[in-house]
Write a protein that binds this ligand. Structure first.
Ligand code: CDP
Length: 784
């Protein structure tokens, strides 16, 4: 029984995850677990070519195969005006190709059959006659004179350029560079990688012929936004569309966009009158759905003679693939890349960005990242380490000298962001002490004298999470607020429904904890539901670590609304003025009279049985929260590596990660999020790569070629924390889900570059595999 001083599951308590009871027992409900009566299966035929004109498609043999119900082509979709669909960046994307294929793996046709085996066999019997065209596989190729125009479907599109975008101030930046003591340049490529969730994407579309209602089970991180997009694309009335996003086996941004498979399955169910299931296999997921990164970046940092940063100039070319479908707010063509000034007090900056079409899969999803923040953080943290090495200043000292100081917050960056709070020197101090930095530096020098190749890398990242504010942040015009609806039942148990959607982050636990903190109902008594658009309040979904900053705030606000009503009911029950009551964890009590009190459970019962005259019955409410600003989590990561000169093999000896995400709702869950992110960052830094040959063939289309780290490769992590609350979040919390994926790649690579710096090696692009390290050492004449 909860007492006034202890309540199970309040903020700050590492209670076990409620959802794990079903996940660990195999009782989760993932998309592929759903089997509907009369359900059909769909298989998609994909293009083997990166760029080719479709001369003809012959479906006769496929249509005659056993179990086949329908073969769908772009031509059929076009008859229903569904051959093309809008993307999240306001471009268009082919649902099934009609004119040309523009990347290897593009959707060309679909077979709907009684079983998946039958659907796949018939898919292989479709004959497509292609005229192969030259492929473009990089921004450089896209710009080249005479490059084929990939998007010749678009009126007025004469080349492969998509957008030009700028932030900051060119004049003041130029002037600062003119007066600089030194300018350090880094040219760097953040390669294409993939969120690669354990569960691939898929859906079951079930359009009821009698009612016309479309129920679509879908692995979606943003079910409400998808419902609205579906209504706009198909013309179906929005109340006739129900998206149910069940348990999701990892999203990381991969499950934000609308994919052609969803549209085709829904159209097929509508035409056939039976449910249609489509689930991607691993290769389909890796080659055709939401890739991330693929940014070519050049950064120049101007520094004075005291090692103070004066200005930053950055240009980037973005490789967007065949359709511009980046998932990001409409205002920001290059996402939130202009957080690129990072944790440093840089007086002026100028950022330019150009986007290009190439013959590669579209995507540009926010892979555990707020819309290109990862690339920005990587560039500035790599550049700062290179500058420190070139200037002969210790990496940590150079950062300390240039950090935004705690007293400068709220801080307006050179590109116009207002950072809410931060204490960067403190996070750095905690990390360095945990590492034993000074001793380690001496040790590195001693080892180097013995011929060992070893180094320390630091990254002191600042990122920006929690989109909106709605006036600045939207997806296709939908403002990025979020919501929570709370119902307290007569017995004092509660149901909390959210506009966001967990993909494994533990929302059922942490959002219950927020209600526990604010309303005194034990977390175990609160059911949290997400993902069903017929029952959950409207929200923009979960990505870019926005759940806690936005929906977590909505939860606190709705609980406070209910507490205000509870106070009125308590005043009635206790026959005391509202002002004479005080809130004590889980009850209202008369000030100075602890024996005169009413628990939240007693108040909830009274809300249905014994109300003050004229008061509406019930204890429930909804809150739509539009954050006044983003939150700015930060941290310092430090990595120690040893490199084998003979093989180029890099071994991470230590990895210390100090994170500050403001107030932690559930510290254990936060640490789990950080462990996951550090592992993903490790994979990106050292192993994961999706690349293309000159014909546009995708290399990295399965887990033999696309190398994910397992427990065997992953280093041990040593975590630390500081707590700098967000001043505008009702609980002082900032997001954390993506911090470690954003911050860690630069720390790992900085350690490698620090180790190689005595040999004059200043950059190796990720993934830093042994082949590249070995070649770099050889190029400097270093052998075993
Ligand atoms: O949007 P997403 O859920 O991916 O990211 P998040 O808001 O950073 O939250 C990830 C998980 O960590 C959720 O269960 C959060 O409630 C939890 N968290 C926390 O306990 N304390 C924080 N300050 C931030 C996140």
């Amino acid at each position: 029984m909860a007492t006034a001083t202890h309540m199970h599951g309040r903020i700050g308590e590492s209670i076990k995850r409620k959802e794990d009871a079903r996940f660990l027992r195999g009782k989760g409900n993932y998309l592929d677990d759903f089997v509907l009566p009369d359900m059909l299966e769909m298989a998609i035929l994909r293009s083997p070519h990166a760029h080719a004109r479709i001369k003809s498609i012959d479906t006769t043999a496929a249509a005659a195969m056993p179990g086949v119900i329908a073969v769908v082509t772009g031509e059929l979709m076009a008859q229903h005006k569904l051959a093309w669909m809008p993307t999240l960046s306001g471009d268009t994307q082919a649902v099934l190709a009609t004119d040309k294929v523009r990347f290897q793996g593009q959707e060309v046709a679909a077979v709907i059959a009684e079983t998946r085996y039958q659907a796949e066999d018939a898919r292989d019997a479709i004959l497509v006659d292609y005229e192969i065209l030259p492929a473009v596989t990089s921004p450089e190729g896209a710009k080249a004179a005479g490059a084929p125009v990939i998007r010749d479907d678009k009126e007025g599109q004469k080349d492969n350029h998509i957008y030009h975008w700028e932030a900051g101030n060119q004049d003041t930046t130029q002037a600062a560079f003119a007066s600089a003591h030194k300018v350090v340049r880094l040219t760097s490529f953040y390669p294409r990688c993939h969120p690669a969730p354990l569960e691939t994407c898929g859906c079951i579309a079930d359009v009821n012929g009698a009612t016309g209602k479309a129920t679509i089970y879908m692995t979606s991180q943003a079910p409400h936004a998808i419902r609205t997009v579906f209504a706009l694309v198909t013309g179906l009335p929005e109340q006739q569309i129900r998206i149910i996003s069940p348990d999701i086996g990892g999203g990381f941004g991969n499950k934000v966009p609308v994919y052609p498979g969803y549209v085709v399955a829904t159209a097929a169910s509508l035409l056939i009158g039976r449910p249609v299931k489509w689930v991607e296999d691993r290769t389909e997921n890796l080659i055709s759905t939401g890739f991330a990164r693929d940014f070519h970046m050049t950064g120049d940092l101007a520094v004075d003679k005291n090692g103070k940063m004066l200005a930053l100039r950055v240009h980037l070319d973005s490789d967007n693939g065949a359709f511009f479908s980046d998932a990001q707010p409409t205002k920001f063509k290059a996402g939130l890349f202009h957080i690129v000034t990072g944790s440093y007090d840089i007086p002026t900056a100028h950022v330019t960005a150009d986007g290009y079409y190439t013959n590669k899969a579209p995507g540009g999803v926010a892979f555990r990242c707020s819309f290109r923040v990862t690339e920005a953080s990587y560039l500035i943290e790599r550049l700062v380490t290179n500058a420190a090495i070139e200037l002969g200043i210790d990496q940590a000292e150079f950062r300390m000298r240039n950090f935004i100081k705690p007293e400068q917050f709220p801080y307006t960056s050179a590109t116009g962001w207002v950072y809410d709070s931060g204490d960067y020197p403190k996070a750095m101090d905690v990390a360095l002490q945990k590492l034993g930095y000074d001793e380690l530096r001496k040790d590195v020098e001693a080892r180097r004298k013995k011929g060992e190749v070893t180094g320390i890398g630091i990254a002191s990242f600042t990122e920006v999470v929690g989109a909106g504010h709605g006036a600045d942040f939207d997806i296709l015009g939908l403002r990025m607020f979020d919501s929570a609806e709370l119902r307290v039942h007569p017995t004092g148990k509660a149901l909390l429904r959210m506009g966001v959607k967990s993909q494994g982050q533990g929302h059922e636990t942490t959002f219950a904890q927020i209600v526990t903190e604010e309303l005194g109902i034990p977390a175990a008594d609160i059911a949290v539901e997400e993902g069903d658009t017929d029952t959950a309040p409207y929200g923009l979904g979960t990505y870019a670590s926005r759940s806690t900053p936005v929906a977590g705030a909505a939860t606190a606000m709705v609980a406070r609304k209910l507490r205000d009503k509870a106070r009125k009911i308590a005043s009635h029950l206790l026959e005391a003025d509202e002002e004479d009551l005080e809130w004590r964890v889980s009850k209202f009590q008369v000030k100075g009279s602890p024996d005169r009190s009413k628990t939240i459970q007693e108040i909830a019962f009274a809300a249905y049985t014994n109300l003050p005259e004229g008061m509406e019955a019930g204890l429930e409410g909804v809150h739509y929260y539009d954050p006044p600003n983003m939150t700015y989590p930060f941290g310092t990561y430090a990595v120690v590596v040893d490199i084998d000169k003979g093989t180029g093999q890099v071994k991470v000896r230590r990895m210390v990660a100090v994170d500050d995400c403001g107030v932690r709702i559930n510290p254990m869950i936060v640490e789990g999020q950080i462990h996951g992110g550090l592992t993903e960052g490790f994979g990106i830094a050292f192993m994961e790569l999706i690349t293309f040959d000159s014909e546009g063939n995708c290399i990295g289309s399965n887990f033999t070629d696309y190398l994910l780290p397992t427990a065997w490769e992953t280093p041990r992590f040593e975590l630390g924390e500081t707590v700098t609350p967000s001043p505008h979040h009702p609980l002082g919390a900032k997001g954390v889900g993506e911090s470690a994926t954003v911050g860690s790649p630069a720390a790992y690579v900085n350690a490698v570059i620090d180790a190689l710096s005595p040999y004059g090696i200043t950059n190796i692009d990720m993934p830093v595999g042994p082949d590249k390290v070995w070649a770099a050492l050889r190029s400097k004449g270093v052998t075993e």
